[in-house]
Design a protein around this ligand. Sequence first.
Ligand SMILES: [Zn+2]
Length: 473
Amino acid sequence: MNWDVVIGLETHVELSTQSKVFCGCSTAFGAPPNTLCCPVCLGLPGSLPVLNEQAVELALKAALALNCTVTPVSRFDRKNYFYPDLPKAYQISQLYAPLARDGHLDLPGGRRIRISEMHLEEDAGKLHHHADRTAVDYNRCGVPLVEIVTAPDLTGGEEAVAYLEQLRSILQYLGVSDCRMEEGSLRCDVNLSVRLAGSSELGTRTELKNLGSLRAVRLACEYEAQRQIAILESGGQVRCQTCRWDEEARRTVPMRDKEQVGDYRYFPDPDLPPLAVGEEWLTHLRAEQPELAHEKAARYARDWQLGEYDCATLTSRRGLAEFFEQVVALGAPPKQAANWIMGQVLRRLSADGLAVEEIPMSARSLADLIRLVEQGTVNRNTAVEVFDAVFTGGDPAEYVRTHRLEQSSDTEQIASVAADVLAQNHKSVEDWLSGKEKAAGFLVGQTMRALGGKAPPALVGDVVRQLLERERS
Ligand SMILES: [Zn+2]
């Protein structure tokens, strides 16, 4: 039997605000436990939430980039449940009138994934399990989240990963979130079911949680699809359950029967007024939207004839794309700039353990260095040496000058050095005269060496050959 896999994703993204969504506490990651809390985010009696405008603005930017229709007046609801990481015993979320609906995201291959809705909510705290006890840290309580829910449009683990990569790129370009899965600022739950190929009816789904990396998403989808198919093929029925991905055992483990929306006793939050978003605000945000990765990639290919791989690499992070564009704007040929950035710059960043947003070298320095190579002032090998020296600061031209690294195009000087080399390598000259072409290459190499590499190899080759021809006569 042939089966189709049907996947919908619910992605929680922490918004990059300075303060929490309903109070003034900091959202910094990694602070000592329970140091970033106040009566509001701890839900103490008498405290009242006040909505953070910046959180709404970031969520709206995401909604517009994902082609959603923004709800003119959205509302906040309480989702009630008890868990030790939730001191209020309810989470402020949006159920009946979410922030935005009916958007889509196009995958690089062209497939369109529908976004059914996006809503704003607050994060819960974090539990730390130790051998003999569990500790709770409320610092994360009240950090703003946007939840992005897709329609069941994804067809497998690979496609789910492609969707998350594209979503992450868009949100990072917008500055909406840093989307660091390892720090939990992007988390995703998978809803997965299978059905007979060609059938239009959805099968019973399970929900997969605890997916800490893109690799885990792909493996969990593949494992769970096979598990469900095996059940159905042996005549059984899939249970509507919530499962946990066990990273070590590489399998999904059922946790509980999946709760239904009614279990949460949602009701409108009486402490928060409705959120009205006017057309004027949206017009302003649309005008501010930056060029996104896939738009940049298309422009690089069209205007600068860069290949698909170059375009994809350069636009993979906004910081890298911006650095590249600055270097080109300062006069470097785009292909040269691309090669230097994808080669030497990425090599140094990785060696120094730096992120692309932390390139210490200025765009001006790299553009100057590329110009020195183009003008023949230094050769390629010397240029790499100069690059390493000025990567953390310094002027390439000055470095070349003070270290006497200019190549010589002085033919007379080259000829005088080459004549010495020929005189000291009589055997090679004899070899060449008797027809051994390779001997010339050796002599060119020796002359380059004697010149300290500071001459254009083609010019040295010409000079050496002229001298050899003279030996023949
Ligand atoms: Zn607080």
